[in-house]
Design a protein around this ligand. Sequence first.
Ligand code: UDP
Ligand code: MG
Length: 429
Amino acid sequence: MKPVVSIILTSYNKPNTVGKSIESVLAQTFTHWELFIMDDASNEETTTKIKSYLHDERIHYYNSQIENKNRYKTTRYATLINTAIPKTKGEYVTYLTDDTVYVPKRLELMMQAFNHNSAIEAVYSGQKVIHVDKHLDVLTERTRMTKGTLQEAANIVDHCSVMHTRKIADQVFQTFGSFWDDDPKYWHNADAAFWSRVNTFTSFHPIDEILDISYKTPYSFQNLNANLPEHLPEGTIVKGQSSNVYVIEENRRREIDREWFTVLNYRNRDIVEIPDPILFKYSLGPKIDETVFSNPSLFPNGRLVKAKESTTIYYIENHQKRLIDGFKAFKKFKFQKKDIIPLTYEFLEGFELGPPINSSITEHTILPSQLLFKDFSSYYLSNQNQLHPIEKNSVKKLNLKEQQAIRLSKKEKKIFTEGDPFCWTYFQK
Ligand code: UDP
Ligand code: MG
């Protein structure tokens, strides 16, 4: 029997919810559907979960086998949808994500609307959004009700609340050259971008019932990416979905071996959780393990060090050692005693000497990098003697301590060039 409705489910590493999404399709009262599970090269836990459902012949499985290093290049779910649509056979196309469930009557009620009025090309319904914590316990709930017939559905209607005819998809393709726009700038709202395309041909007809329930976990792309600057500052400690921890250095990610994490005075509370597609944007740099103690060019920047038997403290920057010239300088830049890493005298000797760090800020000052500064109203991160503006929300996201920001007077601030701001460019839904 030819399927009437084609459902496209996009999946990436959500082993705890993807099964529920698939089951909600299996529980539909309208049964003439086909389901395309578009898996974006998920981990084994997720694919094992998915594979337990593939015996139903209405279900088709596709694995993108995307290499992690290419994950950030397009809005992945839009790319997967574009791959799926030509494979589908239904007269209607609809979408599902791996953290959303349909209510059992979703397809039936949507089909009723199409059958009732043949002029309708796209329908949408209400949605319940449930924010949950890491254990899937409910934090808050809200409903997105329908808002009448929509000539502009963008940013009003969610990904999982729409069904449209194949005819509309074909018209979009003919006019725009693709179905969904998978430009990476749409990571947050490629659905909205596609609705805009659809809206050039037709409006969205409402079905005034809640027909899908969407779960927002702390690991959802939007939650992890919120307020994260597009370029990660040097020295940021990051973690994607796996347990590996990295430090961003010279635009690469250096994995920090767990054992050496503590030795090098990194702290768990500084770890910033980021989406995998952003993490994999950075290529792998040299690992941070015992080898960094044998070669100054491998020793991570932004660390406080001293020789075991000495009281002279240095700040490592550009793989050079910068002398911190006395206690006043140490205090001025809010360095912390507990961060000092003791090294052997011989190893410390091997570092080239960089410019010293003094307590007074003058036109001769070369600001230490990777520190947070604050003037009367704004925050800045220092890097290579420039001050890069950064939003307060991004300061929080990066786990930088606001109360430890180094105060700069207007006069002091003026001495330094303002670098490119750390911007969060993605549109927030
Ligand atoms: N997704 C994907 N590849 C990735 C990351 C995400 O295909 O590398 C899919 C994911 O399976 C989901 C959709 O993109 O269907 C949206 O992701 P998520 O639920 O994490 O984001 P949010 O709900 O915050 O938009
Ligand atoms: Mg989601």
